[in-house]
Design a protein around this ligand. Structure first.
Ligand code: GCO
Ligand code: MN
Ligand code: MN
Length: 388
């Protein structure tokens, strides 16, 4: 590959809220005019995206009348038809409205919890109407500033009750929809429950219908927690739970930055793309990021093109890495197996345990062996730098 042109088979998607981000931050007002959903669909088509995702209120304002809703949805569908863009994922805004200031599914007020379910089932209907096959849950307000405010065990129970109810709703309606839970450690709440992808994976197994529910890991969120994102994604994949992924970038130890994919931690972006491509992940590559506040809409297009181009360049590099004979020789060397331990490994048996107890190991020799990971990593760096 050399042109790095996005194609539908790459499944590159963006949220209306990403390219539609107007650049407001806690210290300053919007720097870009708000574009309509229809305009954003055309912008995404122009840069070569495959799909567009949305929160209910990115598309339909929270106070829209039924007639206005229908008009907006019809216009949006027309824009999708004109451009060929699809809607692989939808989600609910359960964080913007003041009603959700103490959370949605975990709010202390049962009326807020009921309103959150009401809003979500309506938003699920909207997502399904537009073709979504994945429904994301990001609980930005599902947390606290002080643990005096909420019992954390009760909060987890409330989250579970909500997910169980919503799984039943989807089954009852016969929708072909899977849920993807997105963890974040903090922001906007001081602390958010189920803070990492690992927490989410454990939580899912406690649900009534765990097979319907997977995860939507996000680069920035795991990096905010100081974690290795590639490892989290690998664990989700290995558990059969990687239903969606949010790609962006984030410097460790900073506020939630939502930077262009690959723009900060290029090496971990490389290993992420390599993982997704090597295992054959076939879901959306969703960019949950936004352009710098310095940009106008030409800059927003540069941002969006940059996310996809970097992904494709790293995909190319991953192929190069896999085909590099020096790199592969090192991997073969460090993984070499002379078969001498075959009688101990694999499925347990009492005989194997006895044989293992009786075996002699040359511990000093094991510890003395050099492992050429410095050379392996330098080869990786040189490949990424384009000097290899
Ligand atoms: C964030 C989150 C959100 C979610 C979105 C979809 O940090 O604000 O990443 O962008 O991904 O709400 O669920
Ligand atoms: Mn995020
Ligand atoms: Mn996200």
């Amino acid at each position: 590959m050399s042109d790095y042109e996005p194609k539908p088979e790459h499944k590159f998607t963006f949220g209306l809220w990403t390219v539609g981000n107007v650049g407001r931050d806690p210290f300053g007002d919007p720097v870009r005019p708000r574009l309509s959903p229809v305009e954003l669909v055309h912008l995404l088509a122009e840069v070569g995206a495959y799909g567009v995702n949305f929160h209910d209120n990115d598309l339909v304002p929270i106070d829209a009348t039924p007639a206005k809703r229908d008009r907006i949805v019809a216009d949006f569908k027309k824009a999708l038809d004109e451009t060929g863009l699809v809607v692989p994922m939808a989600t609910t805004n359960l964080f913007g409205d003041p009603a959700f200031k103490d959370g949605a599914f975990t709010a202390n007020d049962p009326k807020v919890r009921a309103y959150a379910l009401h809003k979500t089932i309506n938003a699920i209907d909207l997502g399904v109407e537009l073709g979504a096959g994945v429904y994301v849950f990001w609980g930005g307000r599902e947390g606290v500033e002080t643990d005096a405010a909420k019992d954390p065990v009760e909060a987890i129970r409330r989250s579970r009750d909500a997910m169980n109810f919503l799984c039943e709703y989807v089954m009852d309606r016969g929708y072909n929809l899977r849920f993807a839970l997105e963890a974040k450690p903090n922001e906007p709440r001081g602390d958010i429950y189920n803070a990492t992808t690992g927490h989410m994976l454990a939580f899912i197994e406690t649900l009534d219908h765990p097979e319907m529910v997977g995860v939507n890991p996000e680069v920035a969120h795991e990096h905010m927690a100081g974690l290795n994102f590639v490892h989290g994604v690998a664990q989700a994949w290995e558990a059969g739970k990687l239903f969606h992924i949010d790609l962006n970038d984030q410097a460790f130890g900073r506020y939630d930055q939502d930077l262009r994919f690959g723009s900060v931690n290029l090496k971990s972006a490389f290993f992420l793309v390599k993982l997704l491509e090597d295992v054959g992940y076939d879901g959306s590559r969703h960019f949950d990021a936004h352009a710098y506040r310095t940009e106008d809409y030409e800059g927003v297009k540069d941002f969006a093109r940059g996310c996809m181009r970097t992904y494709l360049a790293l995909k190319d590099k991953a192929e190069q890495w896999n085909a590099d004979s020096e790199i592969q020789a090192i991997l073969a060397e460090v993984n070499a197996d002379d078969g001498s331990t075959a009688s101990f490994t694999g499925a347990y048996s009492p005989d194997k345990a006895e044989a293992l107890k009786a075996a002699k190991f040359d511990r000093v020799a094991l510890g003395a062996r050099g492992l050429p990971y410095e050379r392996l990593d330098q080869l990786t760096i040189e490949l990424l730098l384009g000097v290899r």
